[in-house]
Structure formats: C-alpha cells, structure tokens
Design a protein around this ligand. Structure first.
Ligand SMILES: [Zn+2]
Ligand SMILES: [Zn+2]
Ligand SMILES: [Zn+2]
Length: 324
C-alpha cells in the first residue's frame, strides 16, 4: 500500500509539474527549441532524462520559440565600399537561407529607408542594419520609436561608423543606443582574430562552450567611448591583441597605427535599455579590384560567430514578442 501511495504521489507530481520537475525531483534543463511548421519541442538535456516539452506554435510570431518572426533588413549590396557591399550580399543569402531552414522571414529592402515608418515597422519583429543606416530625421525617429517600444535590432560593422560634423550625425543612435560615440580607429588589413567571450549570460553567447574562438576576417573598429565603463552596456565579445599576437597586418610603414598590440576592444555588445546587439564584423577581405579575385574571405566562415548571430536573433525576438 505504501508503495502504491508513493507511486501515485510520484505520478501526480510528475503530471502536475512535468514542465519543471521530473518525478524524482530533478529540475529539467531544457535544450534549445526545435521546430517544424506547426509545433515546437525541446528535450531535457540531463543524463538519462527523456522528458520532452512540446506544443503548437502560438498565433503570429510564436511567443515560445519565435517561429515565424520577420526581419526587415537595410543596407547596400552594391556600390559603396566593396568589402561592405560584399558582406551585405553574403548576409542576404545566408539569412534568407537560415530563414527557410528555421522558419523566419528575411526581407532586404536595400537603402529604401522610406520603409522606416511606424506602419511598416509594425509588421516586423526585427530591424537589421548591414553596414548602413538612415540619414533622414523622420526615418531615424521611426527607428528610435521602434526600439523604445521593445523592437528587436541587430547591426553590423559600419552601421556604427560615424563622425561628428557629418551633417547626418545621429546623436541618440551613437551616444545612447549604440553607446560607442564616434568611430575612432580601425585595424588593417582585415584579419581573423581570437575573440574573447566576456559573458555566457546572454542570449547570444549562451550556447558558446569556449572562452575564445577564432573570428572570420574583419577590419576591426575602435570607438570614442569606453563601452566597458557604460553600465547600460553588456560587452559580449572582445578583441585582446598582444605584442606577440597583434591585430591587423598593415604592411605600409607609415600606417603602423593600424596594427593593434594592446587593449581590450569591444567587438559585440548589447545595450540593456534596448533589445539590440551590435556586431563589429561585416567587412570581408577584398582585393578591391572588383575582379573575379575580389572576394577573399567570408564573414560567415566562423561557425561560432554564425551561432552567435542566430542565438542573438532568437533571443531578441523572444524578448520583443513577450514584452508586448
Ligand atoms: Zn529532466
Ligand atoms: Zn513555437
Ligand atoms: Zn569596413
């Protein structure tokens, strides 16, 4: 009888708390969501536990797994800096392909910033800036409202490149939103570098397993403001060059300042007041001759970096959907 009671108790507990605790009291540690077109599921990653949590997607962008989210992407995939447009070309292929695989939509509208208006933005979960951003004040203000209302945003490389005195200098964006202020310096040539993971406590880094990884090649930027001193900012990844392992390989003896030998340089960060992640990569190694041998690297060549981008997208979109 005692056995039966205890068995019944166990079954009841199991049924009542299947989402959080197993019958034997362990707290399930759920893996990431997996998805098909109608439902999402995740399995407990604890040894020997076979618990599974499965249900149908919610209406619209799924509030559990973000299935069906919508990205509106801006930038130039022709003209401008060849290395920047080359990244945008690549990004358009990569994000569209991931969207098909994983169930999100990716819409690239080039530099048609007239799409940055309240009505259009209401149809999207995330705005993406590929090496560019708007200069028109109404469009800038529409992005600011979108972000202040919990919208999700990811931006790459020179979307943060700006210097005061340019007539389109966007103070809220540089100082408050990105937190970096003006562009200050860059490495040259674009190089792959070891990046340090500064925290695993963020949606973008939660699946990382190592403290450092090798990035795809990029021209790395430095900034006016010290992002690490900004308490609203969580620095996610840093570049930490040394005398032995400098960043950049500039051969020109007059431009040796483009090789960095010291410092801890923020490469990706989040502003905790907004639902955003900025990533400094987005500049492919180029010959700048435009010919067949123009492209010499891919920003999507690092699996760790790729996972970071996807995890950031899902985390930011879920924050956005669940905040509303
Ligand atoms: Zn479990
Ligand atoms: Zn779902
Ligand atoms: Zn660049």
């Amino acid at each position: 009888m005692k056995k039966l009671v205890s068995l019944l108790f166990c079954v009841t507990i199991a049924a009542a708390s299947v989402l959080y605790f197993s019958a034997c009291g362990h707290k399930h540690v759920w893996g990431d969501w997996q998805r098909n077109t109608t439902e999402h599921w995740r399995v407990c990653t604890r040894n020997g536990c076979t618990a599974e949590d499965r249900s149908a997607h919610t209406e619209g962008t799924c509030s559990s797994c973000a299935y069906g989210f919508k990205v509106l992407s801006f930038g130039f995939d022709e003209g401008g800096d060849t290395a920047h447009s080359d990244f945008a070309k690549e990004a358009n292929v990569w994000f569209a392909q991931k969207g098909e695989e994983l169930g999100f939509s990716y819409t690239f509208v080039g530099t048609d910033y007239s799409k940055l208006n309240d009505q259009t933005l209401a149809e999207y979960d995330m705005v993406m800036f590929l090496n560019d951003r708007p200069s028109n004040h109404d469009q800038q203000n529409a992005l600011q409202r979108f972000m202040e209302n919990g919208g999700a945003w990811m931006g790459f490389h020179s979307c943060a490149f700006s210097m005061e005195g340019n007539n389109e200098y966007w103070t809220w964006y540089q100082s408050d939103f990105l937190g970096c202020g003006q562009y200050a310096r860059n490495t040259w040539n674009p190089t792959s570098e070891p990046l340090t993971v500064e925290t695993f406590e963020h949606c973008a880094t939660k699946n990382m397993t190592e403290f450092t990884f090798t990035s795809a090649p990029c021209e790395w930027y430095g900034w006016e403001f010290d992002l690490k001193a900004n308490e609203d900012v969580t620095v996610l990844l840093t570049l930490n060059p040394t005398q032995e392992n400098p960043a950049g390989d500039q051969p020109d003896p007059n431009k040796q300042y483009e090789i960095w030998y010291e410092g801890s340089h923020p490469i990706a960060w989040a502003n905790n007041n907004y639902n955003m992640v900025y990533m400094n990569w987005g500049h492919n190694l180029q010959s700048y001759n435009n010919g067949a041998e123009g492209t010499k690297s891919s920003t999507f060549s690092s699996e760790v970096q790729n996972q970071f981008m996807l995890d950031a997208m899902y985390g930011l979109v879920l924050n956005k959907v669940n905040a509303q």
